[in-house]
Design a binder for this molecule. Structure first.
Ligand code: SF4
Ligand code: SF4
Length: 387
């Protein structure tokens, strides 16, 4: 009996190592962008740390069978390092986090995926893009981000919100600070607010031909870039951005243990929910194994696991495929699943097939930022400056 158990443990170890090997190549390519920079000791050190970091996370996912706890480490690190690298780049480029009218007029504003929610109707109506960014060239061009958003939607659906969004790690992180929620029983119907908000944002952008969410509602302006405060209007906007960041990204997620910004407010999250219907991966519940403990409902940080979903055998359309409910279910009743394939043993293969594109997405968005972020931190601790 003992021999069998030792054999199966070592078999699992070797299988997990073998399945991690392709990720070695993918992380090397995506961290370095195909052009390794080994010109300084800090560049070599940051590459080695980032490479080991990602491959260890991927190996542990495979070896332990747990997804969310290792995903969250990479995802939260991405959000923090993205903000650091973005701000340092802006200060280098323009001298500050704020942008002026001249920057707007010369289309120097990086395009973020959330803008997608506002440009679609104006493109159809006016054949123009209402965002002051570069279409093809430079840092985060409009074309490159749109290609990425469409590709991810087809591959992972709303999985983007738990594996690729460089903002999502903020409330994913703050929602884990307390072990128990202070505010319990938040009505899960709040998740539909983001759909109403998406409609408001899309229509208001089409009427005013301006990106209204960016101008007035984006909490992440607080940790990226914002309009220079020159008058009452820009002062009000800044107050709104900071208030939304503090309430939706910090305070409410801490108190509820839910991803309030992503789960109830983000219009891009609502738009991505529809893409959950057109990609191969889904999360399903085996009703025969389920003992109705409802732990998954309490655990889901995005209000996507609700009573009707349990009886239907799948979460709501808003599921971000984070894997938290899967990790928590003591009956192994929940799993990643490929549409149209049988359940049961196919579960394990479906999870592995999901993890490759999902984790690669994390590496694509996080790899370069974490690597360069480490270089910046080394510079800061050795010279006292990020520049
Ligand atoms: S955690 Fe698992 S066993 Fe409990 S209700 Fe959810 S699916 Fe069923
Ligand atoms: S239903 Fe499960 S996988 Fe989907 S968002 Fe909720 S916890 Fe994550």
């Amino acid at each position: 009996m003992k021999t069998t158990s030792l054999y199966s443990t070592s078999g699992k170890l070797w299988k997990s190592i073998a399945l991690t090997l392709p990720m070695f190549l993918l992380t090397f390519v995506f961290i370095t962008g195909g052009k390794p920079d080994f010109s300084s000791s800090s560049a070599i050190f940051s590459f080695v740390v980032t490479f080991i970091f990602f491959n260890t996370l991927f190996f542990l996912m495979l070896y332990t069978g747990k997804t969310d706890r290792f995903r969250a480490i990479g995802f939260i690190a991405m959000a923090l390092f993205f903000a650091l690298v973005f701000i340092v780049n802006l200060v280098k480029m323009r001298g500050s986090m704020s942008f002026s009218n001249e920057n707007l007029l010369s289309c120097e504003i990086p395009f973020c995926h959330i803008v997608t929610t506002m440009i679609i109707i104006p493109i159809v109506l006016t054949k123009s893009i209402i965002f002051p960014g570069s279409i093809l060239t430079g840092f985060a061009s409009i074309a490159s981000m749109l290609v990425i958003v469409i590709g991810i939607s087809l591959a992972l659906g709303r999985g983007f919100c738990s594996w690729g969004c460089f903002y999502g790690g903020w409330d994913d992180g703050t929602s884990r600070i307390l072990r128990r929620p202070v505010i319990k029983n938040v009505n899960p119907n709040w998740r539909w607010f983001s759909f109403a908000f998406l409609l408001i944002i899309a229509l208001s952008a089409a009427i005013t031909l301006t990106p209204t969410y960016c101008s007035w509602f984006c909490p992440f302006k607080t940790v990226t870039e914002y309009e220079k405060i020159t008058n009452f209007d820009t002062l009000m906007k800044t107050i709104v951005f900071v208030s939304l960041f503090l309430s939706l990204v910090i305070i409410l997620p801490v108190l509820t243990r839910k991803r309030i910004q992503c789960g109830t407010f983000c219009p891009m999250g609502a738009l991505m929910s529809f893409t959950n219907k057109i990609n191969p991966f889904e999360v399903t519940i085996d009703k025969e194994k389920c003992n109705d403990c409802k732990k998954c409902i309490r655990t889901c940080p995005t209000f996507s696991m609700v009573e009707p979903g349990l009886s239907k055998g799948r979460p709501e359309i808003t599921c971000m495929k984070c894997g938290k409910c899967i990790d928590e279910c003591s009956q192994n009743a929940i799993s990643y699943h490929i549409r149209g394939t049988p359940s049961g043993k196919a579960f394990t293969a479906a999870r592995t097939l999901f993890l490759y594109p999902a984790f690669t997405l994390l590496v694509v968005f996080a790899g370069g930022n974490i690597q360069y972020g480490i270089v910046l931190l080394i510079r800061f601790f050795s010279t006292g400056s990020f520049m």
